[in-house]
Design a protein around this ligand. Structure first.
Ligand code: IPE
Ligand code: IPE
Ligand code: MG
Length: 246
C-alpha cells in the first residue's frame, strides 16, 4: 500500500460509523454485538488518527433520530457508551487526546452525562487531537438551536442583524471553534448524510465504502485517506488557478 503523505492528511476527519446492526445480523448475532465490535473499530481509528497527527476527529455515535430505535437497543447503546468512555479515558490521557461532545446533551441519561463530564474535564488540558463525539446530534436541530440563540442575542442588542456573517453564524453552532471537516467517511454502503453536520459539510470531500463499521480495518482506513490525498479541492476555482497557486 502506498504510504500516506503526512502533509496532506485531513485536518478534520468526520466519520458516520454505520453498519453495526447489519454486521451482526449477517452473523446471526444480536445487533448489540455489532455495536460492541464497532467500539473496537472506534479504538483503532482514534488511536491511528491521533498517531498520524490528525488534529480533529468527529464521530457520529448516536443521532437525534436514533432515539426512535427500540428502547432495548437505545439502552444498550447508552451502557456501551458509558463503558467505552470509562475504559478509554486513561488511553486518551496517554495519547494527549481531548474529548468534546456535540449534540443535545440534556437528552442523555444522567449517568452517561456524568461520565462524559468527567472525561471532558479530565482531558481538558490535553493538547493533541480533539475527539468530538456527536451524541443525540442532528444537524437540523443544531441549526435551529443556533438560530434561536442568535435571535436572542439580537433581541438583547448583543448583535446586530448586519453583523451576521458566515463565521458569526458558525460560531453559534455546537461546533463553534472547530474547523469544518475536510473529509467525511461513511461505512456500510449508505450514500446519505443522515442529518450529520449539515452546515459544516458544505465543502467536505465525501467517501463511501460498502464495508460495515466493525469490519473497517487499518487497511481500509488507510485506503480512504489515500483516496482523500488524490483529490483536488477547488473551492469553486479552476484547476489552473490552483496549480498557479492563486
Ligand atoms: C451504526 O450502526 C451505529 C448507530 C447508528 C448507533 P447501525 O446500528 O445503524 O447499523 P445498521 O445500519 O442497522 O446496520
Ligand atoms: C447515522 O446512522 C447515525 C449514526 C451513525 C450514529 P443511521 O443508521 O442512524 O442512519 P440512517 O437512519 O440509516 O440514515
Ligand atoms: Mg445504520
Amino acid at each position: 500500500m502506498e504510504p500516506l503523505d503526512p502533509d496532506k492528511l485531513p485536518k478534520h476527519l468526520a466519520i458516520i460509523m454505520d453498519g453495526n446492526g447489519r454486521w451482526a445480523q449477517q452473523r446471526m448475532l444480536k445487533r448489540i454485538v455489532g455495536h460492541q465490535r464497532g467500539a473496537e473499530t472506534v479504538k483503532m481509528v482514534v488511536e491511528q488518527a491521533s498517531l498520524m497527527g490528525i488534529r480533529y476527529l468527529t464521530l457520529f455515535a448516536f443521532s437525534s433520530e436514533n432515539w426512535l430505535r427500540p428502547a432495548i437497543e437505545v439502552r444498550a447503546l447508552m451502557t456501551l457508551l458509558k463503558k467505552y468512555i470509562r475504559n478509554e479515558t486513561a488511553r486518551m490521557m496517554r495519547n494527549n487526546i481531548r474529548y468534546n461532545v456535540i449534540g443535545n446533551r440534556s437528552d442523555l441519561p444522567d449517568d452517561v452525562n456524568q461520565t462524559l463530564e468527567e472525561a471532558i474535564h479530565e482531558t481538558a488540558n490535553n493538547t493533541g487531537m480533539v475527539l468530538t463525539l456527536a451524541l443525540s446530534y442532528g444537524g437540523r436541530q443544531e441549526l435551529s438551536m443556533a438560530a434561536a440563540r442568535l435571535t436572542r442575542d439580537v433581541m438583547v442588542g448583543k448583535l446586530s442583524p448586519d453583523d451576521i456573517t458566515i463565521d458569526i453564524f458558525g460560531s453559534y453552532l455546537d461546533t463553534g471553534g472547530l474547523p469544518d471537516p475536510d473529509f467525511l467517511i461513511r461505512t456500510s454502503g449508505e450514500m446519505r448524510i443522515s442529518n450529520f453536520l449539515l452546515w459544516q459539510l458544505a465543502y467536505t470531500e465525501l467517501y463511501f465504502t460498502d464495508i460495515n463499521w466493525p469490519d473497517f480495518t487499518i487497511n481500509e482506513f488507510h485506503k480512504a485517506l489515500s483516496d482523500f490525498q488524490s483529490r483536488e479541492r477547488r473551492f469553486g476555482k479552476t484547476s489552473d488557478q490552483l496549480n498557479k497557486g492563486d
